[in-house]
Design a protein around this ligand. Structure first.
Ligand code: NAD
Ligand code: ZN
Ligand code: ZN
Length: 348
């Protein structure tokens, strides 16, 4: 089969022929129906180098995947051939105190995971190929009726990651509260939909691109503000000078982190999701009183079930642009150049 592989750090991935995977005991092979192109893949191609992560190339890209079961290894009885499934992406040991309730994103025994702190498309072979090997049946969630694999694929990361980040701030988003989404791209446009579907907060989107601001409004944002020196003042103005109860930064540069801190309300939450490499100086007076500052990484398996249910009910509808596997690099180029609206999904 053909696969889009990252062969070394600081290089473009290439489309090559690789053997079809075979499931071992407890494993499952799926026919990929969609593999989302995440901005993290651009970070992997351009910014990382050996020794920074516990894994490295070569591996097949694609860490947000869904498809159909095609082959079951010995001992797998909970799934059936032909069944549509989403792949839960962070692959932990499955047995530690974090993995048991399904928070494999924070596995505490990575040495006993299929790959330490990674998954398919992150150290092991991912979904940008016709077939994908999933090392344990527990990592596959049957798709609820009404969801097809190409639309479900982005929900496993671009949906799950903001869902997890928003869920932990639900208590700070009663009616009357304001949430700010910085970066209305693949993750951010779904963050807006999740805020609208699960809270009554006013949602303000911030982006540098007009297309992204338009998409934000289409996805239910109450206000869309260009990202520039005046953004913080606009957010404070829109919130009666209080600031936003929850600020989610899907960019993570020095500039957006400073904006996030300055736009937050006392007692608010600032959550850093974007891997833009920026830093935020934290001191007594650098953020409003009692602001909680956190990073979040991906989400849990039970949360993925909730996200898929939101998708099946039509409350979460990823804006997708499909590309065949041969044009996967074109999808990444468009993302790099800021020409995509929503999420690119590779359909091999
Ligand atoms: P994307 O390219 O689809 O979207 C990024 C958006 O940010 C674009 O719309 C872009 O115009 C906008 N943007 C860029 N600079 C900006 C600025 N200064 N102000 C406002 N908006 C700006 O990317 P994505 O796939 O949604 O990923 C977003 C980030 O989240 C990436 O850094 C990615 O690596 C990271 N990520 C983190 C996790 C996690 O678990 N923490 C998971 C997935 C992705
Ligand atoms: Zn990702
Ligand atoms: Zn674990």
């Amino acid at each position: 089969m053909r696969a889009l592989r990252l062969r070394e750090w600081k290089s473009d991935p290439v489309l090559v022929d690789v053997p079809d995977p075979e499931p071992g005991p407890g494993q499952v092979v799926i026919r990929v129906g969609g593999a989302g192109a995440c901005h993290s893949d651009l970070h992997l191609m351009h910014e990382f180098e050996g020794g920074q992560l516990p894994w490295g190339p070569p591996f097949t890209l694609g860490h947000e995947n869904a498809g159909w079961v095609v082959a079951l290894g010995d001992g797998v009885s909970a799934l059936q051939v032909g069944q549509p499934v989403a792949v839960y992406g962070p692959w932990g040991c499955g047995r530690c105190a974090r993995c048991r309730p399904g928070a494999e994103n924070y596995c505490e025994d990575p040495a006993n995971a299929p790959v330490p702190s990674g998954g398919g498309g992150l150290g092991l072979d991912g979904g940008m190929s016709e077939y994908m090997l999933v090392p344990d049946a527990r990592l596959l969630i049957p798709l609820p009726d009404g969801l097809d694999p190409a639309s479900a694929a982005p929900l496993t990361d671009a949906g799950l990651t903001p869902y997890h980040a928003i869920r932990r701030s639900w208590a700070k988003l009663p009616p009357g509260a304001t949430a700010v989404v910085i970066g209305a791209g693949g993750l951010g446009h779904l963050a807006i939909q999740i805020l609208k579907a699960t809270t009554a907060a006013t949602v303000i989107a911030v982006d540098t691109r007009t297309e992204a601001l338009d998409l934000a409004l289409k996805n239910g944002a109450d206000l869309a503000i260009p990202s520039n020196d005046g953004t913080t003042a606009s957010i404070r103005d829109a919130t009666g000078e209080h600031g936003a109860d929850v600020v989610l930064d899907f960019v993570g540069t020095d500039a957006t982190l400073a904006m996030a801190a300055a736009a937050a309300r006392t007692l608010g939450d600032v959550t850093i999701v974007g891997l833009g490499g920026g830093t935020l100086p934290l001191s007594f007076f650098s953020v409003p009183y009692e602001v909680s500052l956190q990073t979040t990484y991906w989400g849990t398996r039970p949360e993925l079930v909730e996200v898929l249910n939101l998708g099946a009910r039509g409350l979460l509808q990823p804006e997708i642009v499909q590309f065949p596997l041969e044009e996967a690099m074109e999808a990444y180029r468009q993302m790099q150049d800021g020409k995509l609206a929503g999420r690119a999904v590779i359909v091999p």
